[in-house]
Design a binder for this molecule. Sequence first.
Ligand code: F6R
Length: 369
Amino acid sequence: DKGGWSSFMAKEITEQPEAVANTVRGRLVDGHVEIPELTALGDDLLREIDRIVIIACGTASYAGMIGTYAIEQWARVPVEVQLSHEFRYRDPVLSDRTLLISVSQSGETMDTLMAVKYAIERGVTTVSVCNTQSATIPRESDAAVYTHAGPEVAVASTKAFVAQITALYLIGLHLGRVRGTLSGDDARRAAEQLEELPGLLGEAVDTHDQIAQLAHWMADTRSVLFLGRHVGYPTALEGALKLKEIAYIHAEGFAAGELKHGPIALIDHGQPVFVLVPSPRTSPLMHSKVVSNIQEIRARGARVIAIVEKGDTSVLPFADDVIRLPLTDVLFEPLLQVIPLQWFALELSAAKGLDVDQPRNLAKSVTVE
Ligand code: F6R
């Protein structure tokens, strides 16, 4: 039931505040994060791990990339993401101090399941971040940290993505507390942000009408680029994937700093570029770098669509369109920034008369390797 929406994807985009609230619920008690499924693994084990490998595919891998920044910051342990289907072919270095976290909405993705099994055979502790109760991957894993986004029907993942980021952040905060690496201030600040998040996501959902107008006149666009820095980089990758997937438009995401190492040659008159601008309050250095990137591409004719924090007027002289989002800390920006990108893909797909929920050649859960 689409609940009055034109597509499941539209309905699921609007359900994101709830998806995040439900994923946090019960895991944040008196300002500290406690995930019983991780406690059951034993605090000694969590204290001794010296490396975390996140495995996932597609959108879930971008949630994983975003998770690396937060987990490293809070738990002071090196974290990397590997695509599930690449993982076992590289003879990965694993030990009993490695923690493997798989991220999968369906819990049935064969590539991810095979990677988890490979790790289990080598004695690695495995945690599953999954949206589907009792799916194969959480059942095979040592611990399951469920996202509570509710059933996701549209092939393009939206609410599962924000719930995956949320779950990874909760894991990072739990690990940081147990390992003694998370300061009281950071713990309190993160707890506040997690509590505020559903309201902020609601405001990001309200960008719909502005984005729909933008997509309307961009219906014949052949290529779109997305730029971001830090956590904005995987967010840019996700924005590009959504567009390829449901609007069949060539799209690429770049780390903003990478531009001058090649991709800037793509910028030509009228080339649309979405730029995810970090907050000038919490990340002044990154902010000024991204604003320079905007100036560089604008000077070469790009059509700049800047996604900024409300009140940031620094990009106004260089941007063709400005989308404003509520204020949050840098690590939480992707959860808000991805929403206008999801709307954009949806509206462009709809403007082209495509089936938003059932893109060609794709299945909701990929159960073959
Ligand atoms: C993109 C999308 C896919 C999935 C990927 C992993 O919108 O839906 O990229 O994210 O196939 O699926 P799960 O999370 O079920 O393992």
